[in-house]
Design a protein around this ligand. Structure first.
Ligand SMILES: *[C@@H]1O[C@H](CO)[C@@H](O)[C@H](O)[C@H]1NC(C)=O
Ligand SMILES: *[C@@H]1O[C@H](CO)[C@@H](O)[C@H](O)[C@H]1NC(C)=O
Ligand SMILES: *[C@@H]1O[C@H](CO)[C@@H](O)[C@H](O)[C@H]1NC(C)=O
Ligand SMILES: *[C@@H]1O[C@H](CO)[C@@H](O)[C@H](O)[C@H]1NC(C)=O
Ligand SMILES: *[C@@H]1O[C@H](CO)[C@@H](O)[C@H](O)[C@H]1NC(C)=O
Ligand SMILES: *[C@@H]1O[C@H](CO)[C@@H](O)[C@H](O)[C@H]1NC(C)=O
Length: 253
C-alpha cells in the first residue's frame, strides 16, 4: 500500500510483464510489507525511506529519469472568492528539493482503507511559466512570464482515502485512491513574478514586494485551491500504478 506515496508514478515505466503468468512483477527496489506484520507502519515507513536515493538519481537500467527536479507540465488555479480572485495558469513547472523529504510517520488504517503520512520538506525551489489575471487583496494583478519561488520548512500531512474493488476480468481485489487530502504548512516563502503588468517595472516591483510582504495572507487564500490541485494530481498518478497490481501483491496477506 505504500506505493501511494508520491514518487509512485515513477514505477509506471518499470513494469515488467511476466510472460507466462501474466502477472506484473513489482520492481524489486520496492520493499514489500506483509499485511500481517505487527509493525506494518514502521515497515512501510522504512520502504518509503529506502526509495529516496532512487528518486534523486533515477534508475537508468529501467529507464526511470531522475525525479529532481520534479516536472509538472501544467496546473490551473482558479480562485474566485474572498480577497484573492485570480485566474492563473502555470506550465513547465519544475520543483526541486522534494526528494529530500523526511518522512515523519506513516499510519495505515487497513479497516477503513485509509493512509496518513506526515512529512517534512526542508526546502523547495520552483520555477514555471505563468499567466495570471485578477485581484490580490484588492490590488489588480496581471502578467505572464516566468515565476520563481523558494519555500522552506514545509510540514505536510497527506491523507489518502482508498477503496477496494474487484478487477473486471479476474477474481483479484484491487485498490484505488478515492480522495487524497493534502495539508501544507509553509514556514517561509519568497516569490518573484517576472514581467508583471506587461513589463511596467514600477508596478511590477511594487507588486513583487507586496506579495513577499504578504505571502502568508496570499498563501492562506490560495491554499485550498493548491491543496486540491496537489491532491488530484497525487490521486491521478497513484491510480495509474494501483490498477496494475492486485492488492494481494502490493500488501501480501
Ligand atoms: C512475508 O510473508 C511471506 C510468506 O508468509 C514470508 O515468506 C516473508 O518472509 C514475509 N516477509 C516479511 C518481511 O515478513
Ligand atoms: C500564457 O499565454 C500565452 C499567450 O497568451 C501562451 O503563449 C503561454 O503558453 C501561456 N502560458 C501559460 C503558463 O499558460
Ligand atoms: C487559464 O486557462 C484557462 C483554460 O485554458 C483559460 O480559460 C483562462 O483564461 C486562463 N487564464 C489566464 C490568466 O490566462
Ligand atoms: C478481458 O479479457 C478478454 C480476453 O482476454 C479481453 O479481450 C478483454 O479486453 C478484457 N477486458 C478488460 C476490461 O480487461
Ligand atoms: C531563491 O534562493 C536562491 C538561492 O538562495 C536565490 O538565488 C534566489 O534569488 C531565490 N529566489 C527567490 C524568488 O527568492
Ligand atoms: C491525469 O493524468 C493524465 C495524464 O497524465 C492527464 O491527461 C489528465 O488530465 C489528468 N487528470 C487530472 C484530473 O488531473
Amino acid at each position: 500500500m505504500y506505493r501511494i506515496i508520491f514518487p509512485l508514478f515513477l514505477f509506471e515505466v518499470v513494469l515488467i510483464e511476466n510472460g507466462w503468468t501474466e502477472e506484473i512483477q513489482i520492481p524489486s527496489v520496492l520493499k514489500i510489507c506483509n499485511r500481517s506484520n505487527p509493525h506494518l507502519n514502521e515497515c512501510i515507513k522504512y520502504s518509503v525511506d529506502s526509495l529516496k536515493p532512487y528518486l534523486k538519481s533515477g534508475i537508468p537500467e529501467f529507464n526511470i529519469p531522475p525525479c529532481e527536479p520534479l516536472h509538472v507540465p501544467q496546473v490551473e488555479i482558479k480562485q474566485d472568492a474572498g480577497p484573492v480572485s485570480i485566474s492563473s495558469n502555470y506550465s513547465n513547472i519544475k520543483i526541486a528539493g522534494g526528494s529530500d523529504f523526511n518522512l515523519k510517520s506513516v499510519k495505515i488504517d487497513a479497516d477503513n482503507d485509509r493512509i496518513r503520512l506526515k512529512l517534512y520538506i526542508p526546502r523547495l525551489t520552483m520555477t514555471s511559466n505563468y499567466n495570471m489575471s485578477g485581484k490580490i487583496l484588492m490590488l489588480p494583478i496581471t502578467g505572464h512570464g516566468q515565476a520563481r519561488g523558494n519555500f522552506s520548512d514545509i510540514d505536510a500531512i497527506v491523507t489518502i482515502q482508498g477503496e477496494r474493488y474487484q478487477g473486471s476480468n479476474t477474481t483479484q481485489i484491487y485498490f484505488r485512491v478515492l480522495d487524497c487530502y493534502c495539508d501544507f504548512e509553509v514556514g517561509h516563502a519568497s516569490l518573484y513574478l517576472e514581467n508583471l503588468f506587461n513589463g511596467d517595472e514600477t508596478l511590477a516591483d511594487t507588486m513583487n514586494l507586496f506579495l513577499n510582504d504578504n505571502w502568508r495572507a496570499v498563501a492562506a487564500e490560495i491554499k485550498p485551491a493548491l491543496e486540491d490541485t496537489v491532491g488530484r494530481m497525487f490521486k491521478n498518478f497513484s491510480n495509474k500504478i494501483y490498477s496494475k497490481y492486485p492488492l494481494d501483491q502490493l500488501l501480501p496477506p
